[in-house]
Design a protein around this ligand. Structure first.
Ligand SMILES: [Zn+2]
Ligand SMILES: [Zn+2]
Ligand SMILES: [Zn+2]
Length: 123
């Protein structure tokens, strides 16, 4: 818990709203982003992916496996997950992948059904 009188480590006049999840220093509302203070955010290795559309965090990691696309789908769509807030999105465009995922599922189903029909005809 924060002391009621705690102030930001950088801004002595601003009340602290929380502590940095990495270094533990007090942060004001201007400093706190994705649970980290400004210094720690700058120290983070910049992700190869664009910033999270929900929280602007640069901590996205590629998803290696998803229920909808197995191992191939997330690779094709550059599907990444924000390390700070957990939102998944396209690591190249910073936009939601939901439309692309729906299209991917439809295409996979069409291919699978097509193969089943083809195999049925060959029988
Ligand atoms: Zn920090
Ligand atoms: Zn501050
Ligand atoms: Zn995020």
């Amino acid at each position: 818990m924060l002391n009621p009188g705690a102030t930001c480590a950088k801004h002595a006049l601003s009340n602290a709203i929380g502590t940095c999840s990495r270094c533990g220093s007090f942060m004001c509302i201007a400093c706190a982003q994705a649970g980290l203070c400004e210094a720690c955010r700058n120290r983070l290795p910049t992700s190869e992916f664009v910033a999270c559309p929900a929280c602007q965090s640069q901590t996205a990691k590629r998803l290696n496996f998803t229920w909808w696309g197995g191992a191939l789908g997330p690779r094709l769509l550059t599907h990444v997950k924000c390390g700070a807030c957990g939102v998944t999105y396209n690591g190249k465009t910073g936009r939601s992948n939901n439309g692309a995922i729906a299209a991917y599922i439809v295409i996979v189903n069409v291919v699978v059904i097509g193969l089943v029909i083809l195999l049925g005809l060959l029988d």
